[in-house]
Design a protein around this ligand. Structure first.
Ligand code: GLP
Length: 245
């Protein structure tokens, strides 16, 4: 950082000049995303200015969202959440989507077992009240970032032992040739409320994408009804559009 220049460069308060120098370094990438800022003490000494001046400049950049202070470990250049892009027209599983991007996935289980269906499940899955449905509720995590909360209900006939699903549901269904081949998916905007917001690590009211999927087997039978909510700041759907004939 060209801090030696501060004392001589132009007029105006020193902290403003320092702020501009740091801002320039961040925008140009000389201070990269996630990099630690040198300790304020060192900056002050090196630029021959007071620590109060350094603190003021850093405070400004924290307020602007360019830097973040982490208790006990220092000040860092903010790293924006990387967004996951998902093609709109492929019937893939969460695990496949993430693996293709080189992200490591895991889930925290919220629910996993056989239950009698709710009225909604009866309607969506076409099952009777005395039948069973397999419910899989998961917080889905990609590279340690909670990305979605997903609640899947399946006709129990196709997943008689929900505990057999340890990582990928679709991989498990593949084993018995009951992986869905077609699905209707609905995506709508939502605001995340607690407890979902807290589980996803965002503030209540943050933007979310609600996704409902109804999946069918090759025979035409419904097998799955899933409701999920994705973090709006981390997930994009991308569609290829072609000119209508
Ligand atoms: C996606 C779909 C869900 C489906 C899930 C299976 O997230 N929205 O409807 O149940 O993939 O994922 P996996 O095989 O990783 O458990």
């Amino acid at each position: 950082l060209p801090l030696e220049m501060l004392q001589s460069a132009g007029t105006g308060p020193l902290y403003v000049k320092l702020r501009q120098t740091l801002e320039e370094a961040i925008r140009s990438g000389r201070l990269g995303q996630g990099d630690a800022l040198p300790p304020e003490r060192d900056l002050a000494e090196y630029a021959n200015i007071s620590r109060v001046t350094v603190r003021k400049a850093v405070d400004d950049l924290v307020k602007d969202g360019l830097l973040v202070r982490r208790q006990g470990s220092g000040t860092f250049v903010v790293k924006p959440v990387s967004r996951v892009q998902q093609r709109l027209t492929r019937l893939t599983s969460f695990t496949e989507d993430m693996v293709r991007r080189g992200l490591k996935t895991r889930s925290e289980w919220l629910e996993r077992g056989l239950f009698h269906p709710s009225p909604e499940e009866m309607m969506m899955l076409g099952v009777k009240a005395d039948a069973y449905v397999a419910r899989l509720g998961r917080l889905r995590i990609a590279d340690d970032m909670p990305l979605a909360i997903e609640r899947a209900s399946l006709v129990a006939e196709f997943l008689p032992d929900p505990a057999s699903v340890t990582s990928s549901l679709y991989a498990e269904l593949d084993k018995t040739n009951s992986r869905p081949v077609r699905a209707i998916q609905r995506i709508s905007a939502s605001n995340l409320k607690n407890p979902d917001a807290a589980m996803l690590g965002v503030s209540p009211g943050a933007a979310g994408l609600s996704i409902e999927r109804v999946s069918y087997l090759a025979s035409g039978r419904v097998i799955e009804f899933t409701r999920s909510v994705y973090r709006g700041d981390a997930y994009d759907f991308v569609a290829e559009l072609t000119l209508a004939e």
